[in-house]
Design a binder for this molecule. Structure first.
Ligand code: SF4
Length: 287
């Protein structure tokens, strides 16, 4: 397979539609693999996909941890984290997406509590005073096997053998069968960082525990792996294959739907007849 030819093909398709993305992120690739039509709705048509409560909580928690790791190590305490939460709260509460949730006073209190439990989960997994921070929210752009890659790394810190890539998660930790696929994201970050000259020695995912509704909290969980060239190559290969599939879909205009469980939560279902039928079928609704 001629990778450059496919990459050029995507570039040509992008050139025909200025709204199309010029790079492929891990989340974009994952969306395409789940459903090509959903990818098109989001990345080409740019239909609105307002963040719900879990996404806004995740953004808030990421911001709190970013600020926490910006202060000198000995000041990274729970008390300081609480003060950062208080400082950042007005900006989130005044955000149009948050206001659109129209949370009641009790629901807003639950949102803050759940976000705080995620922050506490971080402290259960990590001693922030011992983190040798190299970068927070690092914007990584690199070409991986001919594919323009872009991603934001939550934390890069120095460990004895090199640099460690960390991504925070505020959702449910994966079961054993899904661990490898969840690690794909950090392997891609490691590939991009290595392509830029970094000596990456470890990757990890930190699942902070709160899963969203306050009734389904899981133990904070760390999934860490030493740098494995084979795993990096596998992730890069999968990313390139996805890019090639996007090239093919872009050249034909055929972004096929993949009806399934996710249709019930798809923000674009009203624009997708197959997704509507799937949702009705799964929920026993009359067509
Ligand atoms: S409703 Fe289902 S099939 Fe349609 S775009 Fe969304 S996920 Fe894909």
């Amino acid at each position: 397979m001629n990778v450059e030819t496919h990459a050029d093909s995507v570039t040509a398709a992008v050139a025909r539609d200025v709204k199309a993305p010029r790079s492929l992120s891990p989340s974009g690739a994952s969306t395409f693999r789940q459903c090509a039509r959903r990818w098109k709705f989001r990345y080409i048509d740019k239909l609105p996909d307002p963040p719900g409560e879990p996404a806004l909580r995740g953004t808030f928690v990421h911001h709190v941890l970013e600020e926490l790791l910006a202060v000198p190590p000995l000041h990274r305490t729970l008390g300081r984290a609480r003060a950062i939460c208080r400082d950042l709260w007005p900006a989130l509460a005044g955000n149009a997406d948050f206001e659109a949730l129209e949370l009641s006073t009790d629901d807003e209190r639950a949102f803050r509590w759940n976000a705080w439990r995620d922050v506490e989960g971080f402290f259960e997994l990590v001693d922030p005073t011992g983190v040798d921070v190299v970068d927070r929210e690092r914007d990584l752009s690199a070409t991986l096997d001919g594919v323009p890659f872009r991603g934001i790394v939550d934390l890069v810190d120095r460990v004895p053998d090199g640099l460690r890539i960390t991504d925070y998660k505020t959702g449910r930790p994966p079961g054993p069968r899904f661990v490898d696929s969840r690690l794909t994201q950090v392997w891609l970050y490691a590939a991009a960082a290595a392509a830029l000259g970094d000596d990456v020695s470890e990757v990890r995912l930190l699942y902070l525990g709160e899963t969203g509704n306050g009734r389904d909290r899981r133990e904070p969980t760390e999934i860490a792996r030493p740098f494995e060239l084979e795993a990096v190559h596998a992730a890069v290969d999968e990313h390139r294959i996805t890019w090639d599939r996007i090239a093919e879909a872009a050249s034909t205009g055929q972004f096929e739907p993949t009806p399934g469980l996710l249709c019930s939560w798809c923000p674009y279902r009203d624009d997708c007849p197959e997704g509507q039928l799937e949702h009705q079928r799964r929920n026993g609704l009359a067509a």
